[in-house]
Design a protein around this ligand. Structure first.
Ligand code: SF4
Ligand code: SF4
Length: 349
């Protein structure tokens, strides 16, 4: 549920608010229609999204007061955390807090002082009674050192899990994407694998979402794409339009329905070469928006696939270690079974 298209920040890789004409600032449809949709599904959950969803905190409160969802999730930059009271924070199942890693990386992309504000927000959530899954949600771009930044967030001891999404496929801000992949990201992924393996041997499961999620998909499969967009998960715009993916606010292919009418939801699926790809079960086509839009062209799409396959192979090299740790009873199987529900992490970075 996008409560507003407005964001109070202007991060470098995103640029801030959606155009007002496409994603309005206020919720204008009848909440009863959302209630009917969510409560008609035994697993019906609501994830608040924006813009920054707390710019329109009144809508978050109204929806939480009116709709009996199985779970509530929020993706927030944390700067407006005080706009919700403990009555609401304590009812959230998952909070995805935007933070990119070390202070200098976060503040470079998100604005000066944002790192400190995000950590302050994390404290606020806990103080206000939030007992759910606190996930650091990183956007990963050229200044990111994935090993240093992900480990930094884990070592803070504040977050239950760390997740990241690559700033690829639409961004035009890269100077040397190929060099960053070969010299920074891929070596960083391999170091994370080593770190995860070492921790596991000591009975500790590091909360790295892409590792846990990819291992789970390798065992069980799952939605295509992993975020569920267009199949089990839909983006509801403030005016009631239902779209496959929140980013696809203006694409014709993404229109799935409308909460102002009685039209049933129309699914929207991954297509093209993904359907023939041997990685499909685990990758899930990675991202529906990328699958449809190809803003980096065929060559760019192939580069991202190559990186995705590298990441999947690297993380799947941990399968024997997990099997062995479970067999020896070193770790509890519950800890490696993650995510338990679609918490709006995309799994495949
Ligand atoms: S690796 Fe590329 S082609 Fe294969 S399923 Fe994933 S996105 Fe599709
Ligand atoms: S992963 Fe892609 S399809 Fe899924 S919500 Fe994000 S942008 Fe949309």
């Amino acid at each position: 549920m996008l409560t507003t298209g407005e964001c109070n920040l202007e991060c470098k890789y995103c640029g801030g608010s959606f155009p007002n004409s496409c994603v309005p600032r206020e919720v204008t449809f009848d909440i009863k229609n959302l209630r009917r949709l969510v409560e008609g599904d035994p697993d019906g959950s609501i994830a608040f999204y924006g813009g920054e969803p707390l710019v329109n905190a009144e809508a978050v409160k109204e929806i939480m007061d009116c709709v009996h969802a199985k779970r509530f999730i929020i993706q927030t930059n944390g700067t407006l955390a005080q706009r919700l009271s403990g009555k609401y924070w304590s009812r959230m199942d998952s909070i995805l807090l935007s933070i990119d890693g070390r202070e200098e990386v976060t503040d470079w992309y998100r604005g000066k002082g944002i790192y400190a504000k995000a950590l302050g927000a994390a404290e606020t959530f806990r103080r206000q009674g939030f007992r759910g899954d606190l996930i650091a949600r990183m956007a990963v771009s050229e200044k990111t050192d994935i090993y240093e930044d992900a480990m930094h967030l884990l070592k803070l001891g504040i977050f239950d899990h760390v997740h990241w999404q690559l700033d690829v496929g639409w961004s035009d801000s890269w100077v040397d994407f190929d060099g960053w992949c070969s010299d920074s990201y891929k070596p960083g992924i391999l170091k994370l694998v080593q770190e995860w393996r070492l921790a596991l041997s000591a009975g500790v499961v590091l909360g790295i979402v892409p590792i846990l999620g990819i291992l789970k998909r390798a065992r069980e499969g799952g939605d295509c794409p992993p975020c569920g967009s267009g199949s089990t998960s839909f983006a509801i715009l403030p005016d009631g339009q239902v779209r496959a993916c929140p980013i696809a606010y203006d694409a014709a292919w993404a229109i799935c329905g409308d909460l102002r009418g009685e039209v049933p939801l129309k699914p929207c699926a991954i297509e093209g070469e993904c359907l023939e790809c041997e990685y499909l079960k685990v990758c899930g086509g990675r991202c529906l928006y990328m699958n449809k839009e190809r803003l980096w062209g065929i060559e760019g799409f192939s580069k991202i696939c190559e990186l995705t396959k590298f990441t999947i192979d690297a993380f799947r090299s941990l399968e024997p270690d997990v099997f062995d740790a479970l067999r020896r009873g070193v770790v509890d199987s519950e800890l490696v079974d993650y995510p338990k529900y679609n918490n709006s992490t995309e799994i495949v970075p």
